[in-house]
Structures are given as C-alpha cells and as structure tokens.
Design a protein around this ligand. Structure first.
Ligand SMILES: NC(=O)c1ccc[n+]([C@@H]2O[C@H](COP(=O)([O-])OP(=O)(O)OC[C@H]3O[C@@H](n4cnc5c(N)ncnc54)[C@H](OP(=O)(O)O)[C@@H]3O)[C@@H](O)[C@H]2O)c1
Length: 247
C-alpha cells in the first residue's frame, strides 16, 4: 500500500463515507475503510489495487472502537481521518429503548470521540480530521431526540479535539449535512412500508430545503475533501444543507 496520504474512513462501506473513500482514491490517496459490510468496498479495491485496506469494526462495541487506530497503524502511518459511521433510530419520545439510546451514542458519539482522542497524538503532523455531524443537531425533529443529541455532543467534541490537535498542526472540523440521499435517509421510519412511501417522503423532505431538493453523497464528500486540506481552518462546522437551516 502507498505510504503517503493514507486516510482512515469509518462508514466507508455506504453512503457519504463511501463517496468520501471513492473521491480520495480518485485523487490518488489510499484508504483504510472501516465498517462491517464490505461488498461495495471490494469494488473499490478492484478498481484501485493496493490502495484500499478493509478493517472490520462494530463501533457499537467499545472494545472494537478502541482498537481501530492501533490496528490501522500496524500497516502504516495515517495522514487523515474521516468519521462517517453513524445511524439514526427515528423514534418518538417515550418509546425509546435503552439499547437504542446506548447504541446511537456508542456509534455516533463515543466511538468517534475515542478514535479522535487517540489520533490527536498519532496522526502525522499537519494531518486533518473531519467528523460528519448533522443539521439535526441544531434543529431536531420529534423522532430525532437521541440522534440529534449524539450529533450535538460530537460537535462539541470537535472543538475540544481541534484545541488538542493544534500544537501538532492537526486540524479538526465538522461537516453538517441536511438530508442526503443515502441508505440511512431511505431507511423506513416508524409506520412506513414500501418504496413508494419512502420516495414520497424523500421528495417532501427535499422541499424543506431552500434549494428544493435533498443532497447527493458526492456533494457532501466534496466538503469533506475541502476540509481535509484546508490549512487554516480548525474547530469549525461546515453546513452543507441546500439551505435547510434557512428555510
Ligand atoms: N444521510 C443523511 O441524510 C445524513 C444527514 C446528516 C448527517 N448524516 C451523517 O452522515 C454519516 C453517513 O451517513 P449515511 O447517510 O452515509 O449513512 P449510510 O449510508 O447508512 O452509511 C452509514 C455507515 O455507517 C456505518 N455504521 C453504521 N453503524 C455501524 C456500526 N455499529 N459499526 C460500524 N459501522 C457502522 C455503516 O457501515 P456498515 O454497514 O458496513 O457497518 C455505513 O458505512 C453518518 O454519521 C450520518 O449520521 C447523514
């Protein structure tokens, strides 16, 4: 594997993380893809031989999350980190299980915080981290009680990590997307069934954005790649939401 420009990407197996991994590879960089379901990553590996590593980790398991960095560093130095793994359980208050509460915080907040904490000291000097947060951290909906809180906490952690990384010129930023057309956004909500119902919801969600549509994963990946190489930006949040927070 190429030893320069090697980027660790959680959630690289789907949606935004996959778009980030694809864009990094197209730029000539190498990717350590973290996830559980690697079907799509195998395609990338075939297209970019020798530049894709696959690292299996179940991030709801704190033990697995703790070893991600150690395992990735065994095969070479890291020059960047993108935290895209995440999920939302849309549930109404009063009906949220203990397991759902804990899993969303483990995957969306604790795992990225643990990985980020370790990488502050272990990324190559001058590297960068980008964390996927969400506009739902600022403007929740009735079913996003836990998810919104996980992302708001992560936004705070990004600022602490940015301070901690600054002496080694490690920059740390967040990208907060609006609704993006990925498997996560298309996952059935409570009471939904059938592709047509979901397609109608996506169209309705699009209309909530000032620009009149939901985003594409590649449009968010562009913002992530910008922040990975922005030399004088740290501790910031780039909102990429088609004007959702304006509308
Ligand atoms: N789509 C949106 O509208 C939207 C909006 C704002 C923010 N975001 C954020 O953007 C990020 C990417 O979301 P997406 O829309 O691209 O979702 P997605 O297509 O569903 O992809 C989610 C990724 O997270 C990984 N993941 C989920 N649970 C995991 C676990 N327990 N252990 C390890 N990996 C896990 C999945 O990997 P495996 O399946 O291989 O485990 C997958 O690669 C997330 O942090 C999400 O919160 C999304």
């Amino acid at each position: 594997m190429t030893q320069s420009n090697r980027i660790l990407v959680t959630g690289a197996t789907s949606g935004i993380g996959f778009a980030v991994a694809s864009a990094l590879l197209a730029e000539g960089r190498s990717v350590v893809a973290v996830g559980r379901h690697f079907e799509k990553v195998h395609e990338l590996s075939a297209r970019y031989p020798g530049r894709v590593e696959m690292l299996h980790a179940a991030l709801e398991d704190s033990g697995d999350a703790r070893f991600v960095v150690q395992r990735a560093l065994k095969t070479g130095p890291l020059h960047g980190f993108v935290s895209a793994a995440g999920f939302a359980h849309h549930e109404l208050m009063g009906a949220i299980s203990e397991r759902s509460f804990r899993e969303q915080f483990e995957v969306n907040t604790f795992a990225p915080m643990r990985i980020g904490e370790e990488l502050v000291a272990k990324l190559e000097v001058g590297s960068a981290m980008v964390f996927l947060t969400s506009t739902l951290a600022h403007r929740p909906v009735p079913t996003s009680y836990v998810y919104s809180a996980t992302k708001a906490a992560l936004l705070s952690a990004v600022k602490s990590l940015a301070l901690a990384g600054a002496p080694r010129m490690v920059r740390v930023n967040a990208v907060s997307p609006g609704v993006v057309d990925t498997p996560m956004a298309r996952a059935p909500r409570p009471g939904e069934s059938g592709e047509e119902v979901i397609a109608a919801r996506m169209t309705a969600l699009g209309k909530l954005h000032a620009l009149g549509r939901v985003g594409a994963a590649t449009e968010v990946a562009d913002a992530v790649l910008y922040l990975l190489s922005a030399p004088w930006t740290t501790g910031s949040e780039l909102v990429v939401d088609g004007g959702l927070l304006l509308a």
